[in-house]
Write a protein that binds this ligand. Sequence first.
Ligand SMILES: N[C@@H](CCC(=O)N[C@@H](CS)C(=O)NCC(=O)O)C(=O)O
Length: 217
Amino acid sequence: MQIFGNPYSPPTRLVVNVARYLDLEFQYELIDLFKGEQHKPEYLEKNPKKKVPLIIESDGFQLSESYSIVRYLAEKNNRVDIYPTDPKQRAAIDMHLSLMNDLRINGQIYLTAKIVLPKIGKENIFPEIVTTNSKVNLDKIMKEYDTLLEGRNYVVGDSLTLADFNLFVLQYPLQYLLKEQLQVTHPNIYRFAQHLKEVYPVFAQDEKEFLEFLSNF
Ligand SMILES: N[C@@H](CCC(=O)N[C@@H](CS)C(=O)NCC(=O)O)C(=O)O
């Protein structure tokens, strides 16, 4: 399988982490978003949506949208541990993936406005109200997850699921790009991430690679 993506992108890292956790063989095909490679004809042929991540399997099967990809990979490999077949557990995981999409989108707007555009010397393309609201929404959803994780190690039930994989990649930007003291502002999310890194090597590897990426950003 090929995974087209970029380490800056939480959806890419979600897919890579799940693929690694499932011990799947894959080639990481780097798409440099900051050089606009997602707009190049050779990538558009594969994904006209101009987004990462995208997977292509050896039989030619292609899939974009990170949440669809990780559900597919778990399902295909019969990994009911991280995506249970029980309808209620599955519905709870799906619900959290939807809720976390709001977290992702608001984070994407805020980070684009505050970090990415200044970095590439461009003006903020979003009206001030949109940027302000994105931070308000981001903080609100993070607070909700911090409350949910009080006294718990996992978002759904008492073992690792796709919802945890996703929250893990979404909490980084606050810590490492916006330089928030997560242990102070969101102590339960901070503890949750620490626990995942201690117990599952895939999360420690992800953090190491993300920090390496940021050191050249
Ligand atoms: N809903 C999509 C979102 C994908 C997405 O927005 N990817 C961003 C990186 S995080 C991207 O490719 N941006 C490039 C662009 O918009 O030009 C998913 O979950 O896969």
